[in-house]
Each structure stands twice: as structure tokens, then as C-alpha cells.
Design a protein around this ligand. Structure first.
Ligand code: NAD
Length: 515
């Protein structure tokens, strides 16, 4: 629904379905004149998209059910009812996907597929009104405004002993919060800290789980947070400096979802304003952006996770995911900037895109709203892996970049690491010289380039992904444990997953990066 593909549609067995639940990616080709930008234009045109001429009404459950056809399609998301009829042809997941929401409360469906999409902004001209009746069990939570909707606790929670816990203490000038995560913390860290005014939000990203602490602090502090991580014992310590040296009687007042331990996918997205520090050309159409977090924020993005960039295009909020990378493939050491104080994103500029031309034109010093991080990779999948294979196409290389570094530096069990990198032309290859350099330095690492639109002078592999290419590439020596990671355009991912399965790799041996 809305502007990302479905995980639950099409039906299992359909030709469109390429990956197991949670991995599939389905986009349809939109008719000309139906891009996101065209939709934004339509919403600004003054056309009546609800059929109610601007009137907002209260909608009963029975009324909602009646509007269940393509030409008259209403849905309810978090208690607000929208007429989606005009949006049908603009939905990148296709109208059939959107019709799953027709006449019902689609909040859970929406959250499952793409809860990060800013539907309030995208669909504001489609707003019919609010649900009127006391919700039935199926509609529970509808009447609550979004911020009051409880975060679902869908996953069975780990035993109480596995829950992280926290403690705090103070000195004359500082307040210190210690979080005991009760598990090892990877070198990239796991803490996302945001101090905004007097509100302190601390999120620990622990595999699939998220532990949140959230307070309105008792007294003012300086807008800088120091974060120290003891990786092997799983302890994270935050140090805040008091604005006035006085004794605090309590840390603060608990805010929404304080001290909760739930699945990352169920946690609401949090945004902060970052400053664009630099833009460096990576290729003719791809830039490396360095964004500085606000002074009170620290973001340790776990490997393979992405963040969301949100910006206003003609008054409508547009949100897109981007995988965080490092400044280089293998940085010599942590850069001089304080760890977690800035993030790097590799962004390909599509001339007809909605967000990327806007980002490409942003001046240094401009601000950008960054949400997340999010993502499904947990390092558990790398446990005992001896052969790591990566199939990446275009910017689908970005999640592989940090994975390569992590695997080389921290997973000594991995004996072989091979990247097959698909691009159109040689000039499109991201970090080509760094990849080549790594190949010569690291015996365990190998890269093969495949071009789909090569120049005559190209002597390497040509074409698109096929069975023959993978047969030799994906070796399975005796006593090996393999993992194949895939990322790229939807059509590429679809083919890659099918081919890998045909070579008898199991679901556990396959990871598809999705945003
Ligand atoms: P591109 O269009 O330049 O294509 C790169 C290569 O992909 C081509 O040379 C070709 O070999 C292959 N390819 C493209 N379409 C194919 C198809 N239908 N079948 C088989 N092979 C195909 O790539 P791009 O513009 O850089 O796009 C990269 C994609 O990766 C984007 O869609 C982006 O959303 C996705 N991506 C996803 C994540 C993530 O999910 N975490 C991260 C980064 C990028």
C-alpha cells in the first residue's frame, strides 16, 4: 500500500511472489503520468478527491464497509478514514494490493507493509473523516490519535531475565545513565540517543528487539550526550552535563513507551533534524552525503540497517529509506568525528525521482530530517558462516559495504567472501578502486563485476544475473556453512532469489535486504 511494495501480496505461489513472507518485494509499472510527483501535483490541484467537497464526516463501521470497490474505496488508518479511489493508479504496489484495504480498518496491514510512509501528508486531500462508533474488537485503537496508540507487543517477549535494565547516578555536575543490555554489543554499537529540549530518548537496538528509555528530565542539561559502550559486557553508559550544579531528586518523568522492550518493527519511527556537512561524488550520478546529527543526538547504526530521509516536496512529506555506509569501504580507523555523531549515506540521483534531485541540490548546511534506524539483518545469521556470498546490483551494494568490513574485521571464521556486483556500465560501479584494492590486500575477499550495458572495450563479464553465473560462483565446499545476501532493484532481487533457491540453498542460507 501507499508507496512501498507489499510483503503479504501477491498470494503465495503467484509468479509475482519471489521471496518468503517478509522478504518479497512487489512493484507494478505505473502508467505514464502516475508517479509520486504526479500524485503530489494532483493533490495540490484543488480537485475534490473525497467526493465530499471538503466536508469531513463521522464514518460508522457499516458505512466504511460499503465503500469497497475500486471506484469507491475507503479505508481507515488509525481512526481516520481516507478515500483511496483517486490514488488507485498511483499506488506503486498496484491497485489489487490497495484493494486489500477497501472498506476495512487497514492499520495493521499498513504497519506491516510500510508504516514509515507518511500517509497523513500523502493522503491529506483524501481525508473523509473520523470513525464515529465505539470500535468493535477488530477496530480497537482506531479512535485514539496516532501518538496515543499503544505500540503493539506482538512478539512473545523474552523471559524477564533477558530484558535489559537501567540504573542512574549523579555527581555534582553530571547525570549518568547505565543500560545493561545483557548481551554482547557489536562493534558498530547499538545506542540511538536523542536529547531534544528536556526530553531524553534512548533506544537500544538489540537484534530484532528494541529497548526504549524515555524521560522528560527533571532539570536542564547541556545539549551534548557522551556515550560509552563496553561491548563485551553489554553495558552502555550515557553522561549528561547538568546546566546547574544541583542535586536532582529524580531523573525525570517517564514518557510514552518508557522502559519497553519490543520488536524493532513495532517501535514508532523517531526523527531528528540533521545538517548536511558534505557531498562527495562517488560516480557520475551517486554522491556520498555526510550528515551531522544534532548535538544532543548519537546514532550508532547497526550494520545492514537503513535510515529514512524525510523532506517536503511541494508541501507533501516524502520519505525514502537509505542504507547507512561508512566513509570508505575500510576506513583506517574511526574517523576523527565522534562516533555516532554523523552518518554517511550513498545516494544515487535519479533525474526523474522525487526526492533525490531535491537532495542533490541541497546546499551544504541545509537540514534534513532523518528517521530510524530500521532493518532486518541481525548478526546471528553470520554465526559460524564460513562462506559469505553477496549478490548486489547498483546501489544494492550499500548494505554489503558495511557487511564486508564487519565480516573481514570481526568474523574470522569466514574463510571466503565473494561479491558479484551487477551494474549497467563501468562508470556506475560504486567504490570500484576501493573494491579492487581490497581484493589485492585481502586473500579472503573476491569481487566479480558484471555489466549489463558494457562498452565494447569491457573485457569482464556481461549480461544480467543467470544460473550459469551463479553455478560456479556459489561454491559449497565440504564442511562449509554458506550465507547468500541479495540486494538490488526488485527485478534483480526476484531473479537472484529464484536462482539461489534452484541451487538448493535453504531459506536460512539466504538474506534479502529490503527497505
Ligand atoms: P540499476 O537500475 O542501475 O541496475 C543495476 C543492475 O541491476 C543492472 O545492471 C542489472 O544487472 C540489474 N538489474 C536491473 N533490473 C533487473 C531486472 N529486472 N532483472 C535482472 N537484473 C536486473 O540499479 P539502481 O538504479 O542502482 O537501483 C538499485 C536498487 O537497489 C534500487 O531499487 C534500490 O531501492 C535498491 N536498494 C535497496 C536497498 C535495501 O533494500 N536495503 C539498499 C540499497 C538499494
Amino acid at each position: 500500500m501507499l508507496n512501498v511494495p507489499s510483503q503479504a501480496f501477491p498470494a503465495a505461489g503467484s509468479q509475482q511472489r519471489v521471496a518468503p513472507a517478509g522478504q518479497s518485494r512487489n512493484k507494478v509499472v505505473l502508467k505514464p503520468g502516475h508517479s509520486l510527483l504526479d500524485w503530489i501535483r494532483l493533490t495540490k490541484s484543488g480537485q475534490d478527491l473525497t467526493g465530499l467537497r471538503g466536508r469531513l464526516i463521522e464514518v460508522t463501521e457499516d458505512e466504511l464497509k460499503k465503500h469497497n470497490t475500486k471506484k469507491d474505496c475507503w479505508t481507515c488508518i488509525r481512526g481516520m478514514v481516507y478515500n483511496l479511489s483517486a490514488y488507485m493508479d498511483f499506488h506503486p504496489g498496484g491497485e489489487e494490493e490497495l484493494m486489500r484495504a477497501a472498506g476495512i480498518d487497514s492499520t495493521d496491514l499498513f504497519d506491516e507493509v510500510h508504516r514509515w510512509v507518511n500517509y497523513e501528508s500523502m493522503l491529506k486531500e483524501c481525508l473523509v473523516g473520523r470513525m464515529a462508533v465505539k470500535p468493535s474488537p477488530a477496530l480497537q485503537g482506531l479512535s485514539a490519535p496516532p501518538s496515543l496508540r499503544p505500540e503493539p507487543l506482538s512478539a512473545p517477549l523474552p523471559a524477564k531475565d533477558h530484558r535489559p535494565r537501567y540504573d542512574w547516578f549523579q555527581t555534582d555536575g553530571t547525570v549518568n545513565i547505565v543500560v545493561y543490555t545483557k548481551r554482547k554489543i557489536p562493534s558498530a554499537g547499538c545506542a540511538v540517543v536523542d536529547l531534544q529540549d528536556d526530553n531524553l530518548r534512548v533506544e537500544m537496538l538489540l537484534g530484532r528487539m528494541s529497548y526504549l528509555l524515555y524521560w522528560r528530565l527533571s532539570s536542564r542539561v547541556q545539549d551534548h550526550v557522551d556515550v560509552q559502550t563496553a561491548h563485551s559486557v553489554g553495558k552502555v553508559q550515557l553522561c549528561l552535563r547538568k546546566s546547574v550544579k544541583e542535586k536532582w531528586t529524580q531523573l525525570g518523568q517517564s514518557l510514552e513507551h518508557h522502559d519497553t522492550f519490543i520488536q524493532c518493527k513495532d517501535r514508532g519511527l523517531f526523527y531528528r533534524e540533521c545538517v548536511l556537512l558534505s557531498k562527495t561524488d562517488v560516480t557520475h550520478n551517486t554522491q556520498l552525503l555526510r550528515l551531522q546529527l544534532p548535538p544532543g543526538s548519537r546514532m550508532q547504526v547497526p550494520v545492514g540497517r537503513h535510515v529514512y530521509l524525510k523532506t517536503s516536496v511541494q508541501g507533501t512529506d516524502v520519505v525514502k529509506p537509505y542504507t547507512a555506509v561508512d566513509q570508505m569501504l575500510i576506513p583506517p580507523s574511526q574517523s576523527s568525528a565522534e562516533v555516532g555523531s554523523d552518518i554517511h549515506l550513498m545516494i544515487k540521483v535519479y533525474p526523474d525521482g522525487v526526492l533525490t534531485p531535491h537532495i542533490a541540490n541541497l546546499p551544504i548546511g541545509a537540514s534534513l530530517s532523518v528517521g530510524g534506524p530500521e532493518g532486518s539483518l541481525t548478526l546471528r545469521v553470520l554465526r559460524d558462516v564460513t562462506h559469505l556470498y553477496m549478490l548486489a546490483a547498483g546501489t544494492g551494494f550499500t548494505p554489503m559495504a558495511r557487511l564486508i568490513r564487519l565480516a573481514l574485521q570481526e568474523f574470522t571464521v569466514i574463510r571466503k567472501m565473494k561479491l558479484m556486483f551487477f551494474n549497467r556500465q563501468e562508470r556506475d560501479i560504486l567504490w570500484q578502486s576501493q573494491l579492487d584494492e581490497l581484493c589485492t590486500k585481502e586473500e579472503r575477499f573476491e569481487v566479480q563485476h558484471v555489466l549489463s550495458e558494457p562498452a565494447d572495450s569491457w573485457t569482464g563479464r556481461r549480461g544480467r544475473i543467470d544460473a550459469c553465473m551463479l553455478q560456479n560462483f556459489l561454491e559449497r565446499p565440504e564442511n562449509s556453512k554458506c550465507l547468500v545476501c541479495v540486494c538490488g532493484p526488485a527485478g534483480f532481487t526476484e531473479s537472484a532469489v529464484q536462482l539461489v533457491r534452484q541451487l538448493d540453498f535453504s531459506e536460512e542460507e539466504l538474506h534479502v535486504f529490503q527497505a
